[in-house]
Write a protein that binds this ligand. Structure first.
Ligand SMILES: CC(C)(COP(=O)(O)OP(=O)(O)OC[C@H]1O[C@@H](n2cnc3c(N)ncnc32)[C@H](O)[C@@H]1OP(=O)(O)O)[C@@H](O)C(=O)NCCC(=O)NCCS
Length: 176
């Protein structure tokens, strides 16, 4: 397997159709971990995965997976969503670890690789992450990847049955 970028323990590559079975199984194992924090219904069937992959046609969104170099298994996923070109060159990151390999440093490595890839290869200048104030794991992860807190957006996104406040974190190419 070749990757777009390599860390010590993980590689970054695009999400592809061949990932369907693994992603569906990992999503099912990660429902409790993801439930309070991620928008939308979890993808738990092959058909839902196929439909979801269509989102990455057209250049407005890019989907990546963080893979363990020792096993090749998927440790987490990172999207760059809502890419705006022109004078913004910006995107919004969304990410999730999968329960079997969460909390072992893989996402820290993966998000750092993603930030470098987005600036150096995708030509982006700013990445934003919108994070609920109580999501300490995500705030800590964003900080480790170089993001800084810019502000607070009340009732920003509908997640887990309610409109949730979010903090706005961002990193620009000058900051890394
Ligand atoms: C947010 C989320 C992606 C973080 O993923 P994670 O797998 O916990 O991330 P990491 O393993 O890289 O980092 C977690 C901890 O492991 C530690 N760690 C353990 N072993 C490590 C190692 N070998 N190397 C580096 N760090 C290691 C890190 O220091 C970090 O500690 P801390 O945050 O308690 O200070 C994960 O909690 C998740 O998927 N949450 C649900 C979805 C979600 O919230 N998404 C974001 C919405 S904004």
């Amino acid at each position: 397997m070749s990757y777009l970028a390599y860390g010590d323990r993980v590689g970054l590559r695009h999400l592809v159709m061949d990932d369907a079975a693994e992603i569906v199984a990992l999503n099912k194992e990660s429902l409790d971990l993801h439930g309070p924090w991620l928008p939308g219904a979890p993808i738990v069937t092959r058909e839902e995965f196929e439909s979801y992959l269509g989102r990455f046609d057209g250049g407005a969104h890019e989907g990546f997976v963080v893979c363990r170099l020792d096993t090749g298994g998927i440790a987490g996923r990172i999207n760059v969503n809502n890419i705006v070109r022109g004078t913004h060159q910006s995107g919004t990151v969304g990410y999730a670890a999968y329960a079997p390999s969460a909390g072992r440093g893989y996402m820290t490595e993966g998000l750092r690789l993603l930030v470098a890839y987005a600036f150096e290869e995708l030509g982006l200048h700013r990445l934003e992450a919108n994070i609920q104030p109580g999501n300490t794991a995500s705030i800590n992860l964003a900080k480790r990847a170089g993001f800084q807190r810019e502000g607070f957006s009340p009732n920003f996104q509908f997640i887990d049955g309610a409109w949730r406040d979010h903090e706005r974190w961002a990193v620009t190419a000058e900051m890394v």
